[in-house]
Design a protein around this ligand. Structure first.
Ligand code: 9YT
Length: 131
């Protein structure tokens, strides 16, 4: 069994800070669960294009409001607490945070913890990542 707290993980390298967001990776590949689990904050006003070509991702909104645009269809969906979006087709999308949004994210395969978005908005798989 593994027990940890967000507060302690935030004080460790599991917390990564990017330009538009920060994320604490509570579960990573090294934990051997087959998925990773993250608490991610997208900062107010930010707009980020992403396409996880190598991963499936589910994102549950706990706090804040924003919008997600599916770039395949042009459709935009409102995101608010209680909404989950599920990128089951490696969907290329833009996330906009109208207020700071606190999100719980699950990735399959799990992230290793070293990932930052590449130029396509994806996270390369470990094998493809030059360290
Ligand atoms: C909402 C979203 O795409 N989150 C991605 C996870 C986060 N950026 C992380 O932990 O890398």
């Amino acid at each position: 069994m593994i027990v940890r707290t967000l507060a302690e993980a935030e004080q460790s390298p599991r917390r990564v800070v990017s330009r538009n967001w920060e994320s604490t990776r509570l579960l990573l590949k090294e934990d051997n669960m087959g998925f990773s689990f993250h608490i991610t904050t997208f900062y107010e006003g930010c707009e980020q294009e992403m396409c996880y070509a190598n991963h499936l991702e589910s994102v549950y909104c706990m706090e804040g409001e924003g919008r997600i645009t599916d770039l395949a269809t042009g459709e935009t969906h409102q995101i608010r607490p209680g909404t989950i979006y599920i990128l089951d087709k490696h969907d290329r999308h833009i996330l906009r945070a109208d207020t700071a949004m606190k999100l719980a994210c699950v990735f399959n395969p799990p992230l290793t913890g070293k990932e930052v978005h590449d130029e396509t908005g994806a996270y390369p798989l470990e094998e493809e990542t030059a360290l």
